[in-house]
Design a protein around this ligand. Structure first.
Ligand code: GN1
Ligand code: MG
Length: 340
């Protein structure tokens, strides 16, 4: 840790380092001292080209600084060599950005106000980047939210799984197959060419928004690893997936999963207040599909990871990914009834 901090010209003796965060992918630390930072070890097995993250982030940050200098958008700290990341002796990239004091993150939305604020924050980012040229951006994880590809990956995981895991997952596998029609709906929508490629966040969970600790207004969005070209349905859909049920994807008791109409309305309003004016009629029409698509993709991804032997997401216990998949499939049933 000493060398990492030194690379960002921080003296380890002057800082306290605590591990924080509930993310599934990276290791995250808070670095408190004369100034405060978030330090992250980027998962190099997930992000095979971390330099793409750095470039997308820089392109967006430069553009926003130019077009809207008062907009709060965190920039990565630069190393003594002027780079956005430093690679440790084992090949792990580390990056650091400012810690905003007086902010909190929450793992579950409890009020309409929080839903509105967070949705407006994510929508506000994509709207501000509405005219940025996409040419220099790349996907940090190619085909990240390509539902057809994720369906195929689930098939591969199933083909390679142990009989024991297949047995445990039998009812989920059945249910995932029943929702397979969503893949062709997704493909048709994308092939129609009617959804505009935009810069989307692609991980719009509620805990990726920093809220003011007192007012609960959104201060800024974080976790910009997947800031890249995508469709609005990815962002809108992941909010429907993660804001609207009173319990999150880790909840074991599926009877506690539900669709909170008032929270959905607030998130819809928050997003459209920012994005409505730049969305096409075809995009507006795709809104009801978004939550189903993103909940389905996470069902597939969690289930595939379980079948693969839990190699991708951090898990707290054996069967955790299966619990998540079952949870998401229950929520998908609810969404399918609501948005039929
Ligand atoms: C992962 O690690 P975290 O929480 O930022 C995943 C998202 C999923 C999410 C599910 C790069 O995000 O796509 O929606 O878990 N990120 C990656 O909680 O796979
Ligand atoms: Mg993330």
């Amino acid at each position: 840790m000493k060398e990492i901090l030194a690379a960002f010209s921080l003296d380890e003796n002057k800082y306290r380092i605590d591990r924080i965060g509930t993310g599934h992918i990276h290791e995250t630390f808070r670095v408190l001292g004369p100034d405060s930072w978030i330090l992250q070890r980027v998962n190099k097995n997930v992000f095979l080209r971390p330099e793409v993250i750095a470039r997308n982030w820089r392109l967006a940050a430069d553009y926003l600084l130019d077009t809207e200098p008062n907009y709060v958008f965190l920039r990565p700290a630069l190393t003594v060599d002027g780079k956005e990341m430093v690679v440790d002796g084992e090949g792990w990239p580390w990056r650091m950005f400012p810690y905003l004091s007086g902010t909190v993150t929450i793992d579950c939305v409890s009020t309409e106000k929080e839903a509105y604020a967070a949705a407006a924050a994510f929508g506000g980012l994509t709207r501000r980047l509405n005219n940025i040229p996409l040419t220099d951006f790349q996907e940090t994880i190619p085909h990240f939210h390509d539902l057809a590809l994720r369906f195929d990956q689930f098939g591969e995981a199933l083909a390679g799984a142990t009989p024991e895991r297949i047995d445990k997952a039998a009812s989920c596998i059945e249910s995932v197959k029943q929702f397979g029609y969503l893949v062709s709906q997704y493909q048709e929508l994308v092939d129609s060419g009617e959804l505009r490629r935009r810069i989307t966040h692609n991980d719009t969970k509620i805990n990726n928004v920093l809220l003011d600790e007192k007012t609960r207004e959104a201060r800024c969005v974080i976790d910009l690893d997947t800031l890249m070209p995508g469709y609005f349905i990815y962002d809108f859909g992941d909010m429907v997936r993660t804001f609207v049920s009173p319990v999150d994807e880790n909840e074991k008791d599926i009877n506690r999963i539900s669709f909170r109409e008032n929270i959905y309305r607030a998130l819809h309003e928050g997003y459209l207040d920012q994005m409505g004016m730049v969305m096409s009629a075809a995009e507006l029409k795709a809104i009801p599909f978004a939550g189903k698509m993103m909940t389905y993709i996470m069902s597939l991804r969690f289930l595939a990871d379980f079948l693969n032997g839990d190699v991708y997401y951090h898990t707290a216990y054996i069967g955790h990914n299966l619990v998540r998949a079952r949870n998401q499939l229950r929520y998908l049933e609810i969404l399918s009834a609501r948005f039929s």
